[in-house]
Design a protein around this ligand. Structure first.
Ligand SMILES: [Zn+2]
Length: 362
């Protein structure tokens, strides 16, 4: 286990043991057993009604993203499962994506699906279904290769192939990108130039944390527009982090969502809203909703990263998504663009501008 995960694991254990006292320190009130049942048992319609009421009183819109790949595409097993073997393995992508769609339907959320081009070529009907359900389709590369192992020319080719497959299947333009394993780091920032040259409007690959495989720890934690050396620019939509002292703690996505207790994730989301005035950017994978997926051979570290907490993921997401207003990432970018344009126009009604600032993603 890498150092960062050891730390996270330790934090998780500590939180589990001292949950009540820590919660009290953070000002969190736990639901009583009766309350918990009452909140988890209402019908879908009453849950949506409660959510609509919440949305009316809270203007902040959060971003939701799904990295659309199968259980054998992941980095954790890349050394054991060669790409030549992918086609021979039993696919779970269709059933897990349908499960994801049902979850989003139940909770009234829309998302950005960062699709692997390899998947779009094999499941065009599934991609079309996502587009028809109102979700955004974006690019997650073609073969899930780390950017560190690609030349700029190879990256451009991979990008073009995957984008063509996704656009062809979805019938919509693709303007967003997320690198496999968040592999836009200091060494691969050149990729942003290529994305901008190819007409991508935003990237969501820079994780502002310390990690053994990815991350730029001092990168901005909020949605921002990055000026590139060429003079071009691109929006960056970083996954959510919580600032604790001088450290950014990843929250609300993937393994971190499975590792931390639900109460902690919900508190983290509320804190990002309240203290930072920012939306949260949540991400997950369809295979994380599938505790019955075939077990792959791999190192104990890989198995821990991949299989920990699978049985709890769907319930946790149900709770989080039911209590928020989650939209595709392009919607957040558009809101931020609208805010920037309002600033450029130099509106004399400063109060309105501030209100727009508060409501926009900033
Ligand atoms: Zn991925």
């Amino acid at each position: 286990m890498c150092r960062s995960h050891l730390e996270l694991f330790a934090v998780n254990l500590a939180i589990g043991d001292q949950q009540m006292s820590l919660a009290a320190q953070f000002g969190i009130r736990f639901r009583q057993p009766g309350e918990a049942k009452a909140r988890t048992s209402p019908t879908a319609s009453s849950r949506l009604q409660e959510k609509r009421t919440t949305q009316q009183s809270c203007e902040l819109v959060d971003g939701l993203s799904v990295d659309l790949e199968d259980y054998y595409h992941v980095e954790a097993f890349a050394e054991q499962i060669s790409r030549a073997r992918w086609s021979a393995l039993p696919s779970r992508i269709r059933q897990n994506t349908q499960r994801t769609l049902a979850l989003l339907e139940r909770t009234g959320c829309r998302a950005t699906f960062f699709v692997l081009g390899w998947v779009a070529e094999r499941e065009p009907g599934l991609i079309r279904e996502l587009a028809q359900a109102g979700h955004e389709l974006a690019c997650h590369s073609h073969l899930h290769r780390h950017l560190h192992g690609l030349t700029p020319s190879q990256f451009r080719d991979d990008l073009a192939r995957s984008r063509y497959a996704i656009e062809n299947a979805a019938g919509m333009k693709v303007v967003g990108f997320r690198a496999p394993s968040f592999s836009v780091t200091r060494k691969t920032l050149w990729a942003l130039e290529i994305l901008a040259e190819e007409g991508f409007e935003y990237d969501s690959s820079i994780f502002p944390i310390h990690h053994d495989l990815y991350g730029i720890p001092d990168a901005p934690r909020r949605i921002h527009r990055r000026q590139l050396p060429s003079g071009r620019a691109i929006w960056e939509v970083p996954p959510s982090t919580l600032r604790i002292g001088k450290v950014n703690l990843p929250v609300g996505g993937g393994g971190y969502l499975r590792l931390f207790p639900l109460w902690f994730t919900r508190w983290a989301i509320e804190t990002i809203h309240r203290q930072d005035g920012q939306p949260t950017i949540v991400y997950f994978h369809p295979w994380e909703l599938d505790p019955d997926q075939p077990r792959l051979q791999g190192s104990w570290k890989s198995r821990l990263r991949h299989y920990n907490g699978l049985a709890k993921t769907e319930g946790r997401l149900q709770e989080i998504l039911s209590h928020g207003s989650f939209q595709p990432l392009i919607n957040l970018v558009r809101r931020r663009e609208a805010f920037s344009q309002a600033q450029t126009l130099n509106l004399d009604d400063l109060a309105s501008t501030k209100e727009l600032d508060r409501r926009a993603v900033v």
